[in-house]
Design a protein around this ligand. Structure first.
Ligand SMILES: C[S@@+](CC[C@H](N)C(=O)[O-])C[C@H]1O[C@@H](n2cnc3c(N)ncnc32)[C@H](O)[C@@H]1O
Length: 197
């Protein structure tokens, strides 16, 4: 797999490119998966906070967003942005995604955005561990097709491959859909314990 640690400079140039909003709208994604006030979210490989900051608006003061990244520079960047914007419900977690220091089933929504193509299989198990029963794991990633920007095509997973991979960890696929011109979104649910037989 192709794993990369992003720098602050890269993140500001690429992840915070203003043109990104037209093709990958974070609020639209959160709306699609039913994020609402009071919920808890973990954003694994949060980068510059492109998805985590809007999530913090949507969950409100009684909700919580944990933005996890292994890059010191990016965790610092998100922390600075959160402080400047007086956000009290956003916590940064400097951690490798393979072992995240958060409790089991902590989140109503766990997001993997543009990371699954570049992380190890143990990360998937770790992300699934964090999802609460009846909670959702959302995977947004680049289509396995020629697109403007994005990782090399040989590093990408198709939406069907991503869904199959995530279902192997006990999740149930709810939907697979296009998300803008270059991405797809796969939404999966963790079954409640009694319905796992
Ligand atoms: C392509 S960026 C995506 C950032 C963000 N999810 C977005 O869509 O804007 C990938 C991010 O994952 C982080 N990352 C890569 N491998 C990781 C790992 N093993 N553990 C934690 N973070 C990782 C990188 O530092 C980077 O910030």
């Amino acid at each position: 797999m192709h794993e990369a640690v992003w720098t602050r400079e890269q993140a500001l140039a690429v992840l915070e490119d203003p043109s990104r909003l037209a093709s990958e709208d974070p609020r639209a994604l959160w709306k699609r998966c039913g994020l609402r006030r009071g919920m808890k979210v973990v954003d694994v490989g949060a980068g510059s906070g492109y998805y985590a900051l809007p999530a913090s608006d949507l969950v409100g003061p009684k909700g919580r967003v944990y933005a996890v990244d292994r890059s010191v520079e990016l965790v610092d960047l998100i922390r600075e942005r959160a402080q400047q914007q007086h956000r009290t419900n956003l916590e940064v977690v400097l951690s490798r995604a393979e072992r995240i220091p958060l409790a089991d089933s902590i989140a109503d929504r766990v997001l993997l955005a543009n990371v699954l193509h570049g992380i190890s299989a143990s990360t998937v198990a770790e992300a699934v561990r964090l999802v609460a029963p009846r909670g959702q794991l959302i995977n947004v990633d680049w289509k396995r097709a020629s697109t403007a920007g994005g990782p090399p095509i040989e590093h990408r997973l198709s939406a069907a491959t991503a869904r199959d991979l995530l279902e192997r960890y006990g999740l149930r696929g709810r939907s697979v859909s296009e998300f803008g011109p270059s991405h797809y979104a796969v939404i999966l649910e963790k079954p409640a314990p009694s319905s796992r037989t």
